[in-house]
Design a protein around this ligand. Structure first.
Ligand SMILES: Nc1ncnc2c1ncn2[C@@H]1O[C@H](COP(=O)(O)OP(=O)(O)OP(=O)(O)O)[C@@H](O)[C@H]1O
Ligand SMILES: [Mg+2]
Length: 344
């Protein structure tokens, strides 16, 4: 039986711009589970037991966690929010983790590799799986929770019928041991949406207006997508909300008590409302293109050898942050007598 619903489209679930990520997740985490266990055994491979979805805030991780059950022909996933697991009483947090696995264990004992797939989603995993031995909480609760999770995934009592999906916006905080092969081995970055993704997300968040004919015909989604570079999904949602408030305000009567005009039925959200909203909602990541252009409009004059060196080193740091797992953040201090602005 197919694990993924055959007619399934992410856009229908209200998740935009993550098709590529999902097909990779499917290949790495689910594909082997469609095959009969006897064939998988002949291949000598093990199913992937865990994936980690990480990326900046507001890119749709929690949204995916909530919707993932709808795309699967499997039992409903158990979804837990990291902080919910933690309990101040000794042993209670571990007990909470064990409880999550109880059903999967029972079925595995009864049916072995024929058992159906149990998915457990940990949203905000960083809250419980901080680097062990970390000084941040002093109770050691996080440590034993990590140990408990590790034991369930590949310890002596390991299960083959589980898939753990962890989500976080702080991959650097997650205990390394949990990220190794055999555990949360597939790491998938859920990054800011590209142009195509932004078109999808804008369409999702304006779908209702369009359906009810409240979106003016001059609204150009492609143009809005180009204007919302570096916006996360959540910021795009906020952008649409902001645009609609500009339309509302056209229909509010002045006076001592604010009331709406009779023509409110004809409310339309227009392109100009979106353009207004752009002045109000700003992305928290990335440099504004306009500002960057302003800085480098006449090019960078290499008035000394240092300039070349700084630019070269700067690009190396950029690559390092992009490609290395160990340095999610590098800070650079430029100092000198006359500081000039250099933008990497
Ligand atoms: N890819 C997307 N497609 C459609 N809507 C999105 C997308 N990403 C975010 N949103 C909108 O933003 C809201 C918040 O996103 P969500 O809570 O899933 O972010 P998150 O990645 O879990 O962030 P955090 O890392 O802060 O927990 C969603 O409920 C949705 O309205
Ligand atoms: Mg979230």
């Amino acid at each position: 039986m197919a694990i993924i619903q055959p007619d399934f489209k992410f856009e229908d679930l209200g998740i935009g711009g993550l098709d590529k990520e999902f097909s990779a997740i499917f290949r790495r985490a689910f594909a082997s589970r469609i095959f009969p266990p006897s064939i998988v055994e002949k291949l000598g491979i093990q199913h992937c037991k865990g994936i980690l979805l990480y990326g900046p805030p507001g890119t749709g991780k929690t949204l995916m966690a909530r919707q993932i059950g709808k795309m699967l022909n499997a039992r409903e996933p158990i979804i837990v929010n990291g902080p919910e697991i933690l309990n101040k009483y000794v042993g209670q947090s571990e007990e909470n983790v064990r409880k999550l696995f109880a059903e999967a264990e029972k079925e595995y004992k009864a049916r072995g590799d024929e058992s159906s797939l149990h998915i457990i989603i940990f949203d905000e995993l960083d809250a419980i799986c901080k680097q062990r031995g970390g000084k941040n909480d002093g109770t050691g609760v996080g440590d034993s929770v990590v140990n408990q999770l590790l034991a369930k995934m590949d310890g002596v009592e390991q299960l083959n019928n589980i898939l753990i999906i962890g989500m976080t916006n702080r991959k650097d905080m997650i205990d390394e041991a949990l990220l190794r092969p055999g555990r949360l081995e597939v790491h998938m970055e859920i990054s800011l949406p590209d142009q195509h993704g932004r078109v999808q997300i804008l369409k999702i968040h304006t779908a209702k207006m369009r359906e009810n004919h409240l979106l003016a015909p001059d609204v150009d989604i492609d143009e809005l997508a180009s204007l919302t570079k570096n916006f996360s999904g959540a910021e795009i949602a906020g952008f649409v909300r902001s645009a609609s408030t500009f339309a509302f305000s056209r229909h509010i009567k002045g006076g001592t008590t604010a009331t709406v005009n009779e023509d409110v039925e004809n409310i339309k959200i227009c392109q100009s409302d979106f353009l207004h909203a752009l002045e109000e909602v700003h992305p928290s990541f990335g440099v504004s293109d306009a500002e960057l252009q302003l800085c480098v409009q006449n090019g960078i004059i290499p008035f000394s050898e240092d300039i070349d060196r700084i630019l070269k080193d700067g690009s190396l740091f950029v690559e390092q942050v992009k490609n290395s797992n160990h340095t999610p953040l590098v800070s650079v201090l430029l100092h000198g007598k006359n500081i000039n602005i250099i933008v990497f």
